[in-house]
Design a protein around this ligand. Structure first.
Ligand code: ATP
Length: 659
């Protein structure tokens, strides 16, 4: 084959291929995804259209089907109705510029409806022919596509976001799981049907169940079915059950949970309802084993009960001891039954509740301080201090500072502020012992405080107020001192509102046995000796001794004997001449009771007598102990006192009811 032949064959093949490709391209045109029209602009006719173009045409025309060429040769502008000017302008633009775009035109359908379109035009020059290709899109479809596209973008973005959130949730869940696993408290969840949804390892450990065994099971039936005493615990009565019914949080600490092995332990738990979108979906229960706490509480309770019992016992013992101490003849440490002592006690009873100043006169050692203390104790100020000032022991120049205090630098040696006795006694009682020793120049200042309850500290200008009751005592004859002008009369009257005379021992011989027993008891305690008793002979000897006034002498004699005593016997070696001492006092001493100095009642006699007395009172009250006409009233003792004596003497008041 020649070269020219060979060339001819290859040229023919190329042509055939080209023609085949053109046919294919032309066929593809039919499948363009937009409605497409090829229009001859100068003759205003459609030259060609694709399938979607034909569909659009058909849609406007209202027909059912369109054949391949049905829209060809149609007048293109006729579809646009009265929009001709706009179409012309638009077409013109495409012819001049090669392309144009508009979304302002609409196709007019057969039924008069308008179909908004978006349109692209491209100018095509094929040899001498100038054609326009129109691509038409239904505007609503375009809009829909935009929306869809936006939606897709949104979804894609949302999906990414969601994945991120999912990751976050997974992380949180993982952390929660870690927390649940690490928590020391038992935690489990139940749904609204009471079925277990989860359980942490601490709960597994405490209950002896594996989580897999309980998930899906009714937790109440497994671990909460019975009370501690074995009685059935109805689910409806269970606070956990109610908490996921009424949405309230429940804190409980008096129930128990049962282990898998049938044992139980006391629990403290909180049941918190769980809500999902406002809907109650169950509860989460956080619990801990409180065995140790309960045991500690129970031990504490037992210990407190023990303490309470001991306290009660102590109180009883205390009451008994008080009673022992506070026997009839011991009034706030003032021992005695003599007329003089009874008189003093009566006066104390009268004056104590008032705020009146009291002046106690009497010889040294006759119990003036005891009287002052008793007045304070019986007054309403008893829980405030009783401040004692021994006026005889204060140097003259320090009186003012001692009474009223001073401020720093008030005088040489006043290195700091000092509170005086009046301030210390504020609200309470000031006992001015040896009041007759107060220097005359200070008596005026003292008078002012007694009148106004006001004073100034030495060196200070500030006036201070106090509320102080003054009890003064003296062994001097103050009335005489007033006459001698060594004591201010106005101060004397101010102090002597209520005078009490303390009696010297020589005037109350009748009290000697009681005082001697009292001092003996005290001395034995003081020197840690076994309790000794006075024999009749001892008492007789003591009573026979001509005591001067100072009771301390009797006290000292007894203390000395206790120290010297070996074994159980005391030996009073009182100076024999004392027996014959001439009593200097003009006043007759009170006689001893009917037993006299020679016949002294033993402790047993006294107890027998007291027992008889109580029995007689009960007989008279027909067994009534308390209340009006009761034995306590008859005996003039406190009902509690009588009750404990009745107990002590083992008397049965009921026996006297009939009588
Ligand atoms: N009636 C009494 N019962 C019991 N003890 C008493 C009685 N009277 C005085 N005493 C005792 O005698 C001692 C002196 O009593 P107190 O100090 O009260 O007397 P005083 O008159 O204030 O003495 P002074 O004048 O020395 O200050 C104290 O130990 C006190 O307990």
């Amino acid at each position: 084959m020649s070269d020219s032949q060979w060339l001819q064959i290859s040229h023919d093949k190329e042509n055939a291929l080209l023609s085949q490709n053109l046919t294919l391209g032309s066929q593809c045109f039919d499948y363009l995804p937009e409605a497409c029209f090829v229009v001859d602009p100068f003759n205003d006719v459609v030259v060609h259209s694709n399938a979607l173009g034909r569909d659009l045409w058909l849609r406007c025309k209202g027909g059912r089907e369109a054949s391949q060429n049905e829209c060809v040769d149609r007048v293109f502008s006729s579809w646009f109705g009265d929009q001709m000017p706009h179409l012309v302008l638009f077409t013109q633009q495409a012819l001049e510029q090669g392309e144009a775009w508009s979304d302002e035109l609409s196709l007019v359908c057969a039924d008069g409806e308008r179909l908004s379109i978006e349109m692209n035009i491209r100018r095509v020059e094929l040899g001498e022919n100038v054609l326009l290709i129109f691509l038409l899109r239904d505007a609503s479809t375009v809009h829909e596509r935009h929306n869809q596209s936006a939606l897709n973008r949104y979804h894609r973005g949302g999906l990414i976001q969601w994945r991120r959130m999912e990751q976050v949730f997974q992380d949180i869940e993982r952390e929660n799981q870690l927390i649940l696993n690490a928590a020391g408290e038992g935690i489990y969840g139940v749904d609204v049907e009471g079925k277990t949804t989860f359980m942490n390892p601490a709960a597994e450990k405490m209950l002896g169940y594996d989580a897999v065994e309980v998930v899906g099971q009714n937790m109440h039936a497994l671990i909460h079915h019975s009370h501690e005493n074995g009685h059935h615990f109805h689910e409806e009565a269970c606070p956990i059950f109610t908490s996921f019914r009424d949405g309230e949080i429940r804190n409980v600490d008096n129930e128990c949970f049962w282990r898998k092995d049938g044992s139980y332990f006391p629990v403290e738990y909180t049941s918190t309802p769980i809500r999902d979108n406002g809907q109650l979906v169950g509860a989460v229960v956080l619990f801990r084993d409180v065995s140790e706490r309960k045991e500690a509480e129970s031990n504490l309770k037992m210990a407190l009960e023990e303490v309470r019992k001991l306290k009660q016992q102590l109180e009883l013992e205390n009451a008994y001891l008080k009673e022992e101490l506070g026997e009839e003849y011991n009034y706030h440490e003032i021992v005695g039954k003599s007329e003089a002592v009874r008189n003093i006690i009566q006066k104390i009873e009268w004056v104590a509740p008032t705020d009146a100043n009291v002046l106690i006169c009497g010889e040294t050692g006759t119990g003036k301080e005891l009287i002052a203390r008793a007045i304070h104790q019986r007054s309403e100020r008893y829980n405030r201090p009783l401040i004692r000032v021994n006026c005889a022991a204060i140097p003259k120049e320090l009186f003012e500072s001692e009474f009223f205090g001073h401020i720093k630098g008030a005088f040489t040696g006043a290195l700091a502020h000092r509170v005086g006795r009046f301030e210390l006694a504020d609200g309470g009682t000031l006992f001015l012992d040896e009041v007759g020793e107060i220097p005359l120049d200070l008596q005026g200042k003292l008078l002012r405080v007694l009148q106004d309850q006001q004073f100034e500290r030495v060196g200070d200008v500030q006036t201070r107020r106090v509320n102080v009751r003054v009890i003064a005592a003296t062994n001097r004859n103050l009335a005489q001192a007033v006459e001698e002008k060594t004591f201010r009369e106005d101060l004397y009257f101010r102090l002597n509102v209520f005078p009490i005379e303390s009696a010297p021992l020589r005037k109350r011989i009748v009290d000697i046995p009681l005082l001697a027993s009292h001092f003996l008891k005290k001395a034995c305690q003081k020197f840690n000796k076994p309790q000794l008793r006075l024999s009749v002979a001892d008492t007789t000897a003591l009573c026979a001794y001509a005591w001067p006034g100072n009771i301390r002498e009797l006290e000292n004699v007894i203390e000395r004997q206790v120290i010297l005593c070996r074994g159980k016997r005391l030996h009073f070696d009182l100076p024999s001449e004392a027996f014959n001492q001439v009593k200097t006092d003009q006043t007759e001493p009170e006689p001893l009771n009917s037993a006299g100095a020679t016949e002294v009642l033993t402790e047993d006699d006294r107890r027998q007598g007291e027992r008889m007395n109580i029995v007689n009172a009960l007989k008279r009250s027909r067994g009534k102990v308390f209340g009006p006409q009761g034995a306590a009233e008859i005996l003039q003792v406190k009902p509690t006192t009588l009750a404990s004596r009745i107990k002590r003497y083992r008397i049965n008041p009921a026996e006297f009811k009939v009588a």
